[in-house]
Design a protein around this ligand. Structure first.
Ligand code: ZN
Length: 450
């Protein structure tokens, strides 16, 4: 991926140009490469795995890195101790290593305390986690706020453990340090912001959420080439504690957020799913719904619920930000979720590219949406005289363009945005926006003074 943000004097494209030039196979392959690089890293809500992840992202983007000390009060929480793990294993009664962190980082309960014991199987058992319904997969488990240690393993292996004494070793530090997150701001013409938020706290899990990270990075990369109206802010944060930390440190900036999306599970082959913001009818809710309805593909729109990812924090009642959640298969609805089967094979380059393309379309809508006032509301203005009417008729595309102009003229009474008009006309937003541009250039409509 080319690095461009911060480069001086670049020619900025329109979002339509970016969409017309969008090469799905190339974008899909680039995102897969990033996911492959990030997959082996052991991440958590804090620690060096997150720093390595951000360092890799810095090869694509000029990220600003934040380190927040353990113990810092953040809203009703405080930043936890930093967790770093070097090694972990279980040896069976014969001294053979049967569970090995070096082979898969999901083998260790996330945030495990350091231990080195020899103990009988019955005392080890309460520290083991497996999935009887998927006996060959390793589950993903964490214990961030409750001191614990444990191992995760395939249920088949767990059931076959012979009685006897087992040696367990977890070589980890759980000590005051920092919480690490990264941020990228793409300045627009206005200070009002669009927020894109992804969590970076999962170890070797591909769809949840390396796919979200890769799609956000690719979107940031593309938008860095675009002429932007809103200022775009991308945050790469650990789930829950990261958004709480970000909100606590940015309280004075929060009122500028006009639109926001949390991205998760962006790479599986399921249909796109949008969970609306707490506001329910925010412009972002209308924009995403519009884009998915015009995508020609299966999709799902869900009402807000206070369960899920960081949209819970952005949508807590004190903030009530217009931030929705965009996923493909929602968390918890696919069997591979939070298991070792959420691997590189679950993520499809074409699904990543589709997610990215839809996001560009959503951005095009929120960037281009505006309300106009028809300057000639009594009867229809004469378009032919202004070179806006194709008297010969012709291609069906041209008829569509003409119809889009009629819709904009008819509905631009100061009470309907271009997106409202597109929805009522049943036309894609970009067609209505194109017609409005033509009419505005000829001074037939004018932007509503806000
Ligand atoms: Zn998750």
């Amino acid at each position: 991926m080319a690095r461009f943000y911060g480069r001086a004097a670049v020619t900025r494209s329109t979002l339509r140009d970016l969409l017309n030039a969008f090469a799905a196979p190339r974008q899909g392959a680039r995102m897969m490469n990033l996911i492959r690089d990030l997959y082996p890293i052991c991440r958590s809500i804090t620690g060096d795995g997150n720093r390595q992840t951000i360092t890799r992202l810095c090869m694509e983007l000029d990220l600003q890195i934040h380190e927040v000390p353990s113990g810092t009060p953040v809203l009703d929480w405080s930043v936890p101790d930093e967790w770093n793990i070097r090694d972990a294993w279980i040896k069976d009664p014969q001294g053979r290593k049967i569970v090995d962190f070096q082979k898969h980082n999901l083998h260790v309960l996330g945030y495990s305390q350091p231990v080195h014991y020899t103990l009988p199987l019955e005392e080890l058992e309460p520290h083991l986690h497996s999935l009887p319904e998927h006996p060959d997969w390793i589950p993903y488990r964490t214990s961030y706020y409750n001191p614990a240690w444990g191992f995760c393993l395939p249920d088949t292996q767990r059931r076959a453990l012979p009685p006897g004494n087992y040696e367990v070793m977890i070589d980890a530090d759980l000590a005051p340090g920092h919480l690490t997150y990264a941020e990228l701001v793409l300045p627009g013409a206005i200070p009002e912001e669009c927020l894109i938020s992804v969590h970076i706290c999962h170890p070797s899990l591909a769809n949840d959420n390396l796919a979200g990270i890769a799609v956000a990075a690719a979107l940031a990369s593309l938008l860095g080439k675009a002429k932007l109206r809103h200022t775009f802010r991308f945050v790469f944060i650990p789930g829950t504690i990261g958004s709480i930390t970000w909100l606590a440190r940015n309280r004075e900036r929060v009122d500028r957020i006009r639109h926001g999306l949390v991205l998760s599970c962006m790479g599986d082959s399921g249909a796109l799913t949008y969970k609306k913001s707490r506001q329910d009818r925010a412009p972002i809710d209308q924009a995403v719904t519009h884009v998915l309805q015009h995508s020609g593909a299966a999709h799902h729109i869900q009402d807000f619920s206070p369960y899920g990812y960081d949209e819970r924090q952005y949508g807590s009642p004190g903030f009530n930000l217009p931030v929705g959640l965009l996923t493909r298969s929602p968390h918890g609805t696919y069997s591979e979720y939070h298991t070792s089967a959420d691997d590189l094979d679950l993520v499809r380059p074409e699904a990543l590219a589709d997610s990215l393309r839809r996001l560009l379309e959503i951005v095009e809508v929120v960037e281009g949406n505006a309300t106009f006032v028809n300057q000639f509301p009594y009867g229809e203005p004469q378009l032919g005289r202004r070179g806006l009417y194709d008297g010969l008729g012709g291609a069906s595309d041209r008829n569509e363009q003409q119809l889009a102009m009629l819709w904009v003229l008819n509905q631009s009474d100061g009470h309907h945005s271009l997106l409202d008009i597109a929805d009522r006309a049943g036309m894609p937003f970009h067609r209505i926006a194109w017609a409005a541009q033509k009419l505005a250039n000829s001074h037939v409509i004018k932007p509503l003074e806000e």
